[in-house]
Design a protein around this ligand. Structure first.
Ligand SMILES: Cc1ncc(COP(=O)(O)O)c(C=O)c1O
Length: 356
């Protein structure tokens, strides 16, 4: 059976007459803007934020299209990739009827998004080596399965998923395969963004929140076929990306060189921090990471967490997640922050285990 997007999109979205904003309804240049009920006098901040932003973020998309070597029409921008995740549920999954497959432990927003939208979740946990269980995924697929969520490199395990496994799923599944690449810039793996031409059912998610250092700006990206992006555009709020975000993103996207330097620095610090933590007594494992964080297996994580907090250091206890018992996730900080963490962990280990 061939992939047919019309069988995947929700019927009500297929026939939806999308909101047409004031900005959608004229082309060309105009100086007297009396169409959108904005405040023509300006604002207390500047003279131009009184206007609504470009609903389709054309300039940002043109720049991204150049960087990613895809078409502007293959890009959807969201208020963080979290908006892209929610939009995919709302566009393609029928509440109370459809299901999606999630591979835990992974980014929790796939589960939250499914629950918000009343979509059944079928879990295909990662194997003990944190790779995909392709046979299990294939067993779970049925007529109502609309999306398989794959996170690579995966949060919180840090590893990249085997590309051949992802390709097998892309080749055999007739619904959407979303590959969330939030951490791809920290990995040596090739992005799937350049494989869109091969897979009409592929959606790639990326974000400015990680390698680009702009988590506060809230700009996430979905790359997919023009048809998929067209449906996502129908569902989004008219002006979902603010003018400030569009302007700052455009400026940031000029700085590819600086971002690459930061990525290299973060990767160097990750390697150094992993080596130090691995050498600490009682640390059972530092999992290999293709990201800007480490997953560390160590006994007594809740106590470690509480101790670090008393030192003003916050990490993430991931012990409750599937196959992650006794695991803490540590984001790579600045050189100084990593040193503070190392000193605090070393002190805690000495105190805790010598007094046991
Ligand atoms: C795998 C993954 N995807 C998406 C996100 C959310 O990204 P954004 O800040 O773009 O919403 C995160 C955030 O931690 C993440 O880990």
């Amino acid at each position: 059976m061939k992939f047919d997007i019309k069988k995947i999109v929700r019927p009500n979205i297929e026939i939806l007459k999308a909101y047409s904003s004031a900005k959608d309804e004229y082309t060309g240049e105009a100086n007297v803007l009396l169409d959108a009920n904005e405040n023509s006098l300006g604002s207390p901040l500047t003279k131009w934020y009184n206007r609504y932003p470009d609903p389709y973020q054309k300039k940002v998309k043109e720049r991204l299209a150049f960087i990613k070597q895809i078409k502007s029409e293959q890009i959807f921008l969201g208020n963080g990739s979290d908006e892209c995740i929610d939009n995919l549920f709302r566009t393609f999954c029928e509440p109370g009827k459809d299901n999606v497959i999630i591979c835990p432990p992974t980014y929790p927003m796939y589960e939250v998004g499914a629950n918000i939208n009343n979509i059944e979740i079928k879990n295909a946990p990662l194997l003990p080596n944190f790779q995909l269980n392709v046979a299990h995924i294939e067993q779970l697929v049925n007529e109502q399965t609309k999306i398989i969520w794959i996170c690579s490199p995966n949060n919180p395990t840090g590893n990249s998923l085997d590309r051949i496994d992802i390709e097998t799923i892309l080749n055999h599944f007739n619904g959407l395969v979303v590959v969330d690449e939030a951490y791809i810039n920290f990995s040596k793996q090739k992005s799937f963004a350049q494989s869109l031409i091969d897979y009409p059912n592929l959606v790639v998610l990326q974000t400015l929140s990680k390698a680009w250092g702009l988590a506060g700006l809230r700009l996430g990206m979905a790359f997919a076929s023009e048809e998929i992006i067209g449906y996502m555009n129908k569902v989004k709020a008219p002006y979902n990306i603010s003018m400030v975000t569009q302007e700052l993103a455009l400026t940031a996207l000029e700085e590819v060189g600086q971002v690459n330097d930061m990525i290299a620095h973060l990767v160097d610090m990750r390697i150094a921090l992993a080596a130090v933590i691995e050498g600490m007594p009682f640390v059972e494992k530092v999992y290999p990471s293709d990201t800007n964080f480490l997953l560390v297996k160590i006994p007594k994580v809740p106590e470690l967490y509480r101790y670090l907090l008393t030192q003003g250091i916050v990490v993430r206890d991931r012990s409750s997640l599937e196959n992650c018992s006794d695991s803490v996730r540590i984001t790579i900080g600045t050189e100084q922050e990593n040193t503070l963490l190392i000193d605090a962990m070393a002190k805690w280990i000495e105190f805790t285990f010598t007094n046991d």
